[in-house]
Design a binder for this molecule. Structure first.
Ligand code: PEP
Length: 250
């Protein structure tokens, strides 16, 4: 298996610039000898500060969202041009909080994915089912729809810039984690969906992270699974003590 592990920290709406700088500085030091691919996604207001700290290190700078338009009358939105100006390298799109709290649908997320790719960003496309969808036996179907619609119009060449994060909504920030077996089954299914769209080689190469209450004590078990290629971490990404052991697993 040629895929490498990719561990990303989503800091959500936490941390002032000074707090973000403290965390980023600690991570640069602790992860200097880390073997995997890393990303941190601070809140917009801390991107410049954190960007200066992670520049020319093995930690990528990510944003947690972007606008679907390049510029214009979009009060409160942040454009890919502005993110590029700050040195941002990747954008997380379709996070469950964007889908469910801020009502972003697949069409909007797809527009953002294509715009981010057009401007050279890597993208982490999040997909995942609600608890009621899982209980109704619809987890695979929901993830398939979100994957297919999220990737609509994305070329085979652009796909190399996409990471998919499987984040069952019921596991995010709740302390409940999908079992490694359940998560791996959905990852395998998503890989199959990517295979149907782009072929077996692309399916084999695509990185699929797991997200949902990943902690130091479950990270290694999750990532030992064949189809789990890393983690998108929320709560545990906010402190070096909890993020570094995940980032340095294995
Ligand atoms: C997330 O928000 O992407 C996430 C996985 O959060 P947590 O790790 O806190 O469940």
């Amino acid at each position: 298996m040629s895929r490498s592990y990719y561990i990303a920290g989503n800091w959500k709406m936490h941390k002032t610039r000074a707090e973000a700088a403290e965390l980023a500085t600690a991570l640069v030091k602790e992860l200097r000898d880390g073997k995997h691919k890393y990303l941190v996604a601070p809140t917009f207001t801390a991107l410049e500060t954190v960007g200066a700290i992670v520049k020319r290190t093995n930690i990528l700078l990510g944003a947690q969202n972007c606008a679907a338009e390049e510029q214009g009358a979009h009060t409160g939105e942040v454009s890919v041009l502005q993110l590029k100006d700050l040195g941002v390298q990747a954008v997380i799109l379709g996070h469950s909080e964007r889908r469910h709290t801020y009502k972003e649908d697949d069409a909007l997320i797809n527009k953002k994915v294509k715009l981010a790719l057009k401007h050279g960003f890597e993208v982490i496309l999040c997909v995942g089912e609600l608890l009621e969808e899982r209980e109704a036996g619809k987890a695979e179907a929901v993830c398939e729809t979100q994957t297919v619609k999220g990737l609509e119009g994305v070329t085979a060449e652009e796909l190399s810039k996409i990471t998919i994060a499987y984040e069952p909504v019921w596991a995010i920030g709740t302390g409940k984690t999908a079992t490694p077996e359940d998560a791996d089954a959905i990852h395998a299914y998503i890989r199959k969906v990517v295979g149907k769209l782009y072929g077996a080689d692309a399916a084999e190469k695509i990185i699929i992270q797991y997200g949902g209450s990943v902690k130091a004590d479950n990270a290694a078990l999750l990532m030992a699974k064949e189809n789990i290629d890393g983690a998108l971490v929320g709560g545990a990404a906010l402190k070096p003590d909890t993020f570094v052991p995940i980032a340095k697993f294995g």
